[in-house]
Design a protein around this ligand. Structure first.
Ligand SMILES: [Fe+2]
Ligand SMILES: [Fe+2]
Length: 402
C-alpha cells in the first residue's frame, strides 16, 4: 500500500476509510509493471474500482467486440476436444433430479457449519481489540461463507457469458461443440449457487470490485485467446481452488453435494482451456504476442492473490470498530484464505507451464513471488475430474494438486 497514513489519520473515520479504498484501487494500478497490461486492464479498473459499476444495483452493459468465426465445412479438427465433448455430454446433470433440495439448512447451526470457525483467525481479531462470543464467531463465519458463495455466483455469471463468447470466437470446430456444453454447465452453476443462496441462506453479497474488473476486461477484449486465458485458466483456476477448499471444509451436506458436481464440470473447463491455448500459442502467436500474454498472466495472478478481502463482510460487521487496513491484515492471514491462495496457485502454475507461458525469462518473477514450488505440479490435461475428486476426498488438497 502507499504510505498515506499520515494524511489519512487526520481525517474523520468514515472519510478515512473511503480514502483508504481509493488508494487501494490506485495501488492495484501501481503494481502493474507492464504498460501493455495496464492499457488492457485500465479502463475496466476505472469502471470497477473507481466507478464501482458492479455495486449500483442495476444491470451492467459491457460492449463485446470479438469476431464470431463460422466454418461451413464442419471439420473434425481437434480429437481431444471431441473426446472432451463426449465426456461433457455424459457428465450432464440435472439440479432438480441430482441435488436434494429438501435438505434442511441452518447456516448458524454449529453442528453443521458451512465453514468451520477455524477458517478465520479470531485470535487475530482479538489482537485488533475485537472480542466475539461463540455465537458471534459462528455468525461472522457464516457471513464469510455466504460472501464467498456470492462471489462464486458472480464468477459463474461471468463464466456463462465468457463461455458463450468463446464458443462464437474459437476457430476449432470441435471446440465450438464442446463450448456448447460448457455454456450449459455454467448456466447450471448460476442456477444452483443462486438457488442455494436464495432459498437456503437468504443472502447475496454484491460483486467484489476486483472480480468485476477481471470480468469486464475479458468481456470487452476482442482477442479470443485473452478471454480464454483469463476465464478458462485464471478465473476457472481460481474458482477450482476456492471450490476445492470449501468442498473440503464444509460440513453442510447440500452445499457439499453442489460443490462436488460443480468441481467435476470445472475440471473439464480448465482442461479445455489448456488444450486450446497450448495449440494456439505454439502455432499461431509471434514471440512478442506470447510474451505479452506471459506478462499479463503473471500480473493478473498477483492481482488475484491478495485482492479478495471480503470488505462487504467488514462493512457489515466491523466498520467503525477497526480500520480497513486492520481488516486487510486479518483476512489476508486467516488460515482459510492462506489455504485458498496455496491451492489456487498449485492449480494455476502447472497450467500456465503447460500452455507455454512460463519461459525462462519470467521464472525469476515467479521465484520472487514464492510460486516456483508449484512448477512441477500436474496440469489440468493430466488430471481427470474423477481423479481430482478422489484426491480431494482423500484429505490432502495440496497433494491432489501436485
Ligand atoms: Fe462454472
Ligand atoms: Fe467453468
Amino acid at each position: 500500500m502507499l504510505n498515506v497514513d499520515k494524511l489519512t489519520n487526520l481525517l474523520p473515520g468514515k472519510m478515512r476509510e473511503r480514502v483508504d479504498a481509493y488508494f487501494e484501487a490506485l495501488d492495484v494500478f501501481m503494481e502493474i509493471r507492464d504498460p501493455k497490461v495496464l492499457a488492457a486492464l485500465g479502463p475496466s479498473g476505472v469502471r470497477g474500482l473507481l466507478l464501482r459499476r458492479g455495486k449500483q444495483g442495476r444491470p451492467s452493459h459491457m460492449p463485446a467486440s470479438h469476431d464470431a468465426t463460422f466454418d461451413w465445412t464442419y471439420p473434425a479438427d481437434f480429437p481431444e476436444m471431441a473426446e472432451l465433448y463426449r465426456r461433457a455430454k455424459q457428465g450432464q446433470w440435472d439440479s432438480d433430479v441430482d441435488i436434494d433440495w429438501s435438505t434442511d439448512v441452518d447456516p448458524v447451526n454449529p453442528e453443521v457449519p458451512l465453514l468451520p470457525r477455524s477458517f478465520l483467525d479470531f485470535d487475530g481479531l482479538r489482537r485488533a481489540g475485537i472480542r466475539l462470543n461463540e455465537k458471534e464467531q459462528t455468525e461472522v463465519t457464516f457471513s464469510v461463507a455466504a460472501w464467498m458463495l456470492s462471489q462464486f455466483l458472480h464468477g459463474e455469471q461471468g463464466a456463462l457469458f465468457a463461455a458463450a463468447q468463446v464458443t462464437e470466437a474459437v476457430q476449432f470446430f470441435d471446440g465450438k461443440l464442446y463450448g456448447a456444453t460448457q455454456v450449459m454447465d455454467e448456466g447450471r452453476h448460476v442456477e444452483v449457487y443462486n438457488r442455494y443462496l436464495d432459498e437456503k441462506l437468504n443472502r447475496l453479497y454484491s460483486i467484489n470490485d476486483n472480480l468485476f474488473v477481471i470480468i469486464d476486461s475479458l468481456m470487452t477484449d476482442s482477442r479470443w485467446d485473452m478471454k480464454f486465458l483469463g476465464m478458462q485458466i485464471m478465473v476457472e483456476g481460481l474458482a477450482l481452488g476456492a471450490f476445492g477448499v470449501m468442498y473440503q471444509q464444509t460440513k453442510e451436506p447440500l452445499l457439499k453435494s453442489i460443490l462436488r458436481r460443480v468441481i467435476q464440470d470445472e475440471a473439464r473447463h480448465v482442461h479445455y482451456g489448456v488444450l486450446a491455448l497450448r495449440e494456439h500459442f505454439l502455432n499461431n502467436l509471434s514471440e512478442r504476442e506470447r510474451r505479452e500474454r506471459e506478462e499479463w498472466s503473471f500480473e493478473v495472478a498477483l492481482l488475484m492473490r491478495n485482492r479478495f478481502m471480503a470488505y462487504e463482510v467488514y462493512e457489515e460487521w466491523f466498520e467503525g470498530l477497526m480500520s480497513r487496513e486492520q481488516w486487510r491484515t486479518f483476512i489476508t492471514n486467516t488460515p482459510g484464505m492462506r489455504q485458498f491462495r496455496q491451492v489456487m496457485f498449485s492449480r494455476l502454475v502447472p497450467n500456465l507451464r503447460a500452455i507455454g507461458l512460463m519461459s525462462p525469462r519470467i521464472l525469476p518473477h515467479y521465484e520472487r513471488a514464492g510460486l516456483m514450488r508449484f512448477f512441477d505440479g500436474r496440469a489440468a490435461d493430466q488430471l481427470s475430474e474423477e481423479q481430482l475428486l478422489f484426491e480431494l476426498d482423500g484429505g490432502d488438497i495440496l497433494a491432489a494438486a501436485q
